[in-house]
Design a binder for this molecule. Sequence first.
Ligand code: DGL
Length: 268
Amino acid sequence: LTTPTIGVFDSGFGGLTVLRELLPLVQGAHYIYLGDTARLPYGAKSQATVARYAVESARFLEDRGCTSLVIACNTASALALDEIRAAVQVPVTGVIEPAVQMAHHGREGSEVLVLATQATVQSHAYLLACARRNLQAIEKACPLLVPLVEEGWVDHPVTREVLRIYIAEALLACKPSAVLLGCTHYPLIAAPIAETLREFGIQAPLIDSAHATAQEVGRRLSTEAHAAGAHPATFECFATDSVEKFQRLGSHFLGQPIPRVELLDLGG
Ligand code: DGL
């Protein structure tokens, strides 16, 4: 039996929040993580550009021998999942469906607040996926959160103030029964997001798209991976820009040091 090789793709190191969840979940698997750091952020780019970048990355992972792909980036999942699926032969899992499925659980007919990048919100991918499950999504673009998290300001008064402003604006339009973290970076500020919601009297649970996606992939792959051997999962990382920065920032997202990163040139 061959070891399942799972490609995990993101615009940068944020998708390491998905790999972090996957590593203990799917024993015996090998992961190849690709962060397109040279072309980040995706969250402010057009559909055509995000699709072109994401397809190139997905093809690279397939050429490296990946037997399935996880698109950890919410923006790439929202804007380019169909193009990615059409461009490769292997199964592809995005983050939107697993997250919405988790949000849906026991909440039919209710309102879900989705926090995401500008591009994800403009695509309305979450709105449509929620509508298919009889959930009403209120989408709120939070463009300042990605740079704040990358700056390491996860427990910082400025981040709290920015959260207050975004959440106050969003709550003008809804009273959510769940709040969906629709961006790779938001799990790192889950605690201040939950506290800010409580300040506004909202006790709704947070749905983490990274966690939901890892659970879904885990369900699909655990039998296959287990049969290949119950050794701990292994991983290797590629980045399209500074290897040093990827190791430094990425370790916060992965929750462990990243011993080695290979530099990759995808062009453009
Ligand atoms: N990975 C992106 C997402 O989950 C956030 C960072 C970016 O804009 O590239 O939407």
